[in-house]
Design a protein around this ligand. Structure first.
Ligand SMILES: *Cc1c(COP(=O)(O)O)cnc(C)c1O
Length: 320
């Protein structure tokens, strides 16, 4: 296995993506601070290009392709945001893209991926293995596979969101980060280790799929069945082999959030911050709420990881 990324890789990734990515805002809400009894800083990656932090890792990985890889093209598998991130990055870098997506991916995500000019290959989420399909396409067509989290350039790219956050807020007492396969959390841990070594960093995953917490307790990667959760961006069956050692060695803890807590978060972001946030994007807030007592009066960061949710689904969830 290649070397794990370091903070230097996050710095280089930041240089590569800065001309193309948005420097997303860090927002605060007095009402929310009063309610939680702390000062919360929300890093708004729902306002990133294509609507999620995944643009950072995808663009960084594709920027590093050599001429042959660029000509042949990229293949990726994803339930949504990574697909759009690869499709947009490939379009910007003039690289052909093939994306393997589940049959039940949100309509807006399918349409957006096709809209960026990528070829979409559909698979059955429950009966087929996307990793096998991706690997077969890579072999048949000579494409380079960029996985959604288990890749050093993807991990380093994802760490740039926390780098920007710390550069803006200075050191924080705690940072709450949505957790699926661990690309975002591992990159965040690299940034925190260099910029805010005393900041406690927490991963927050769906209650129905707590493989990350199980893995931390067991000291090895635990595999689970595809979890049934509203958080479609964190419906992973296991942590990545590269993110895992960084998480195991540096994370303060892994927390979980129920679907009801995620919907509460969507309502809070809509009413207080006037923002559309997808269910997965609310994991960090749910974690901060769970530990609000411990961080009373402290400064706490929350990464809002994405905002891609069909409007009718958004209305159903926040309106119910
Ligand atoms: C992918 C994704 C996550 C999880 O990121 P990992 O790097 O897989 O841990 C969280 N939130 C959103 C919105 C995502 O798209």
């Amino acid at each position: 296995m290649e070397q794990l990324p370091t903070y230097d890789d996050v710095v280089r990734a930041h240089e590569r993506i800065t001309p193309h990515a948005h420097r997303t805002p860090v927002l605060t809400s007095r009402l929310t601070d009063a309610e939680l009894g702390l000062s919360a800083y929300f890093k708004c990656e729902n306002l990133q290009r294509m609507g999620a932090f995944k643009f950072r890792g995808a663009f960084n990985a594709l920027s590093r392709f050599d001429a042959g890889q660029r000509r042949a093209g990229v293949v990726a598998y994803s339930s949504g945001n990574h697909a759009q991130a690869i499709a947009l990055s490939a379009a910007l870098l003039d690289i052909p893209a093939t994306i393997v997506m589940p049959h039940d991916a949100p309509a807006a995500k399918l349409a957006a991926t096709r809209g960026y000019g990528a070829e979409v290959v559909i698979y059955d989420r429950w009966s087929e293995d996307r990793e096998e399909i991706g690997a077969a396409l890579a072999k048949e067509r000579g494409l380079t596979l960029v996985p959604p989290y288990d890749h050093p350039d993807v991990m380093a790219g994802q760490g740039t969101a926390a780098k920007e956050l710390f550069e803006e807020t200075g050191p924080l007492d705690a940072l709450f980060v949505p957790l699926g396969g661990g690309g975002l959390l591992s990159g965040t841990l690299l940034a925190a280790g260099a910029l805010a070594p005393d900041c406690a960093v927490y991963g927050v995953e769906p209650e129905a799929g707590d493989d990350g917490r199980q893995s931390l307790r067991a000291g090895r990667i635990v595999h689970i069945d595809t979890p049934d959760t509203l958080a479609d961006g964190a419906q992973t069956q296991h942590l990545g082999t590269r993110p895992f050692p960084l998480i195991r060695d540096h994370v303060s803890d892994i927390l979980t959030a129920s679907d009801a807590q995620l919907v509460d978060g969507m309502r809070l972001f809509a009413s207080r911050l006037k923002m559309v946030v997808e269910p997965t994007g609310c994991l960090g807030l749910a974690g901060a709420r769970a530990l609000a007592e411990r961080y009373r009066g402290k400064r706490v960061g929350v990464i809002i990881s994405g905002g891609n949710v069909d409007l009718d689904r958004f209305a159903r969830l926040v309106g119910g």
